[in-house]
Design a protein around this ligand. Structure first.
Ligand SMILES: [Ca+2]
Ligand SMILES: [Ca+2]
Ligand SMILES: [Ca+2]
Ligand SMILES: [Zn+2]
Length: 492
């Protein structure tokens, strides 16, 4: 224990030193180039800039893996790829620092690993400091996502490798993917946002031939797609025909898989004379079309669009490294418990209530915040897919003395095509800790995949949150209704 405390003290001292140095640097911009030159020599001077994270989602299947690419963009616009494992360790919760201004102290002994990736020792946010207000204590605050509303048009850019002739689908396929008809993207996003946003004005362009063969876009040391390189070439190929400023996001579709991953991000790009954030996704054929005997289809492309709306994965509570084991969420499942379209493949299920809430899609009149001091209350909870309902859509149970809470929502298989393959009709509960949601399980230990009866609370069943007395809630499902459940919440 003593050793752990000592290690923490050393770490805290390091963070304080970086914060102090960063503040000094902000007042000495003219020295920046010189200092960054020294960073390249790894003398311990912090590097600063904007941190960019890109999610990589492995091809769907039982051993699906995720990948996180972390890059520091310095003030001269240079990209410094970071080793993600070191970066996670250095930041604590790396995901909270996405798109924030950070200072990074590199290992003094070894600044880059064998792949040429920088290996950070400590990463701290400094945007509060450079803004002249607040303090480092704000660093751990959960950032609130920007609400997504109105028209968010997307453009699909179809790019083929110079040495691969195949055109897996014609342009009409990608244009029709955006239709406001069942099983297509405009319809899906209108449904899950309860009409708060749409994809009107979306379009597709291509095929364009990339200037280089496939191997050129593959990192020889780790086999991964070179995301920035193929983005630059693909968007440049379409640039004369596409005015990117008219779109919220860009779905890049390629004619062959390079590394077994699809990617999605919300990132700052300069295009057509504008510098702003675009949603952007990188898709292999399995992420956008049906392939026989494969877990393929637009559930993955839609999941990447979720990342491009700034959503993170949800999870369950089994404690494994797999964040694809919550089949109730677009941002976790997507390859089981989803409907299948013979042309577009696997269709996405709805996002969980926590994701909807983050994007501003839960109407205030249908959201209930239940505090510990709130008297015992019975709620009429309707299935999350029921847009026209005036009953409760989402209950948040606020744990006293912190920012953690639980979400309670109802899901039904009768909620349209996207919900038709759900594990069942039930109330489901998520623990939201540090801003990230995990579906709870009444069984100990939790199931490794959360499509089980113990993840579903039905009439006559109840669950009590695990906090100590004085901080916990009991959730009782009293009865099923035609469109949901009645749920009683009491404090214990
Ligand atoms: Ca253009
Ligand atoms: Ca898990
Ligand atoms: Ca699992
Ligand atoms: Zn993902």
């Amino acid at each position: 224990m003593k050793l752990e405390l000592n290690a923490l003290a050393v770490r805290m001292a390091g963070i304080a030193a970086i914060a102090g140095t960063a503040a000094a640097m902000a007042n000495a911009a003219d020295q920046r180039a010189e200092r960054q030159g020294r960073v390249a020599a790894a003398d311990g001077t912090p590097l600063q800039g904007r941190l960019e994270l890109v999610w990589g989602d492995g091809r769907p299947g039982p051993n699906r893996t995720s990948k996180l690419f972390a890059t520091l963009i310095d003030d001269d616009g240079r990209a410094h790829p970071l080793d993600a494992v070191s970066a996670k360790r250095a930041a604590g919760d790396l995901r909270r620092l996405d798109n924030r201004r950070v200072a990074i102290a590199l290992s003094s002994s070894r600044s880059a690993n064998a792949d040429g990736l920088l290996t950070p020792e400590v990463i701290v946010p400094i945007d509060d400091l450079t803004a002249g207000g607040g303090s480092a204590s704000k660093a751990g605050d959960i950032s609130t996502l920007a609400a997504v509303s109105g028209q968010t048009s997307w453009v699909t850019v179809m790019c083929k490798f110079k040495d691969v002739a195949a055109e897996p689908k014609p342009k009409s396929y990608f244009t029709n993917m955006y239709a406001n008809t069942s099983g297509r993207l405009d319809h899906y996003w209108r449904q899950v946002s309860h009409g708060k946003m749409n994809l009107a004005g979306s379009a597709a362009f291509g095929w364009y031939t990339l200037p280089q063969p496939l191997s050129y876009y593959k990192n020889p040391s780790n086999g991964y797609l070179k995301l920035q390189l193929i983005q630059d070439d693909c968007l440049a190929a379409a640039n004369p025909s596409v005015d990117y400023t008219g779109y919220y996001g860009i779905n890049m579709v390629f004619n062959q898989d390079v590394d077994g991953y699809a990617y999605g991000d919300l990132k700052s790009i300069t295009l057509d004379g504008a510098t702003r954030r675009w949603g952007i996704t990188w898709n292999a054929p399995w992420a956008y079309m049906y392939l026989p005997n494969a877990n393929s289809g637009i559930s993955t492309l839609t999941h990447e669009m979720g990342h491009a709306y700034d959503l993170s994965h949800s999870d369950n509570t089994d404690g494994d490294d797999d964040t694809y084991d919550n089949p109730w969420d677009l941002m976790s499942g997507g390859w089981t418990e989803t409907a299948l379209d013979s042309n577009y493949g696997l269709l996405p299920q709805h996002p969980i209530g926590h994701q909807r809430d983050q994007l501003g899609w839960v109407a205030a009149a249908r959201l209930r915040k239940h505090l510990y001091t709130t008297p015992t209350t019975t709620y009429t909870l309707d299935r999350a897919s029921f847009q026209a309902s005036t009953n409760v859509l989402l209950i948040k149970l606020m744990v006293p003395g912190g920012s953690d809470y639980y979400t309670v929502e109802a899901r039904k298989k009768s909620g349209g095509i996207y919900e038709s393959e759900l594990p069942g009709d039930a109330v489901i509960i998520h623990a939201v800790r540090g801003g990230y949601a995990s579906i709870v399980d009444a069984r100990t230990p939790p199931h490794t995949y959360s499509n089980q009866e113990s993840n579903m609370f039905k009439a006559g069943e109840s669950w009590t949150t695990p906090e100590p007395a004085g901080k916990r809630f009991k959730i009782e499902v009293l009865a099923a209704t035609q469109s949901g459940f009645t749920v009683r919440v009491s404090s214990l």
